[in-house]
Design a binder for this molecule. Structure first.
Ligand code: CMC
Length: 433
């Protein structure tokens, strides 16, 4: 909704420019700068997008000051307590929670798409055994577009819906295959009688030699973790998916761009980095020296799993993840494990430290997810792949929302150029002197 106009003065040309202010349903108003360049000849400059809304969206809302996260209006706390991951997927994709019949239908549609085309297994053989699972994921998820020529018309809602189903169903299968390949174990095929999370745990953790017996506490914990990762409005990987999709690229290519972006340690790669950091700290007695390193301006070290661009209060996902973490540690009798003791002590010390308090650096979702994944027996190089599994639905919901928007344009930011002014190549260039 447009409700008022903002005036901006260009001091160089002394031109006044009028810009509309837009209001959403909740959250800060935004100044619509679409006509700014036309009116003033100037661009806006905001390299980390700290003050820039890149789109409008109806999917997810975050109030970072109040620690609020809503998917389609529902608080994350209620979704984590009362819903399954697949219900949340349905909600993110369709805008409303499913009825029981809609849920059954959705679950069975996802289930029957969990198997991958058998020829896709050939792609794995091209990777070295020691390749990082995320490197393999980027290649193999991208390769999916080579298998679905039948449904790549992005203007067709039917094609977009089937692509969403295929991605949500197959990404866990591919993630588990990445792990099996890098450990030299045989791929485990999905089983239709199992739930989404049971299926993934079996494909990931079981072998043909052992029966898989799901532990309901651990299955529920992983299901909740996926809910907590399902969407987070215009974060780096989702913005990457939107930008890739804005050119008309196919959904598999777009989701792959999101997976690649997620891998970075400042984003989803932080969960793996947390565990590596805990292993490096190794002993409670060494925590103070690492806290000192994190505070030292001349040291690039950061406490992984702490801080967030948007949350300047507790990350609501981290609160829920912390509770899940304790449930899992209790279920597995791991509270006395040295690594977990170390993590909990680090959390305690950092939360009491004035540097972290002043800068509002709280443990984020990745701090606890790394610990839970480790407790579940998932190797650390797979942590970000699990984040990608949860986030796939968010990426695809944003991609679909963008493509369905009749006013959608290719994303094309501008820049502040600071390079050489125009110059000529010298006459004697390339001639020996
Ligand atoms: N350890 C030590 N100092 C920190 C940390 C940290 N983890 N995070 C931020 N700071 C300091 C930073 O040095 C800066 O200090 P100053 O104002 O004196 O220059 C101040 O806090 C603000 O930091 P920033 O880098 O300007 O903040 P940002 O919004 O650009 O970065 C962040 C957010 C998440 C990238 C950053 O906090 C970080 O690198 N954290 C560690 C990595 C991490 O856990 N990432 C997962 C994020 S949550 C999951 C997800 O959404 O992907």
């Amino acid at each position: 909704m447009t409700h008022k106009r903002s005036l901006i003065l260009n001091e160089n040309t002394h031109t006044l420019c009028e810009l509309p202010i837009l209001s959403g349903t909740t959250g800060p108003d935004v100044i619509d700068v679409e006509t700014l360049y036309k009116q003033t000849g100037m661009f806006t400059y905001d390299p980390g997008f700290t003050s820039t809304a890149s789109c409008s969206s109806t999917i997810t809302y975050i109030d970072g000051e109040a620690g609020i996260l809503l998917y389609r209006g529902y608080p994350i706390e209620q979704l984590a307590e009362k819903c399954t991951f697949l219900e949340v997927c349905y909600l993110l994709l369709n805008g409303e929670l499913p009825s029981s019949t809609e849920l059954l239908d959705f679950q069975s549609t996802i289930t029957i798409h969990t198997m991958v085309h058998d020829q896709l297994t050939n792609f794995f053989k091209g990777f070295r055994r020691d390749a990082h699972p995320m490197a393999i994921m980027v290649g193999v998820v991208g390769a999916l577009s080579a298998f679905y020529h039948d449904a790549l018309d992005i203007k067709s809602k039917k094609d977009r819906d089937i692509s969403a189903i295929r991605l949500i169903a197959k990404v866990p299968t591919i993630a588990a295959m990445c792990h099996k390949y890098s450990t030299g174990l045989p791929f485990m095929y999905p089983q239709n009688k199992l739930s989404y999370v049971e299926n993934f745990m079996r494909m990931m953790l079981a072998t043909p030699c052992d029966d898989f017996v799901p532990n309901p506490v651990l299955v529920r914990a992983l299901d909740r973790i996926l809910i907590l990762h399902a969407d987070h409005e215009q974060n780096a990987s989702t913005s990457t998916v939107r930008l890739a999709g804005s050119s008309g690229a196919n959904p598999y290519a777009c989701i792959t761009s999101g997976i690649a972006c997620l891998w970075g340690a400042a984003h989803g790669g932080a969960n793996e980095a947390v565990l590596n950091m805990l292993k490096e700290i190794a002993d409670v007695s060494r925590i103070p020296s690492y806290i000192a390193k994190a505070k030292d301006k001349n040291d690039a070290f950061r406490l992984m799993g702490f801080g967030h661009r948007v949350y300047k209060n507790h990350d609501p996902r981290a609160k829920l993840m912390r509770a899940t973490c304790h449930e899992v540690l209790t279920e597995l009798g791991l509270h006395d494990d040295p690594l977990f003791k170390l993590a909990l002590e680090l959390e305690r010390i950092a939360l009491e430290d004035p540097y972290f308090i002043e800068k509002k650096l709280y443990p984020n979702v990745d701090f606890y997810s790394g610990i839970v994944f480790h407790a579940l027996g998932i190797p650390s190089n797979m942590f970000t792949a699990l984040f990608a599994m949860g986030r796939t639905v968010g990426w695809i919901a944003h991609w679909d929302e963008m493509i369905a928007d009749p006013d959608q344009k290719i994303g094309r930011p501008r820049q502040l150029y600071t390079g050489s002014k125009m110059r000529n190549i010298p006459e004697n260039h390339g001639k020996s002197t």
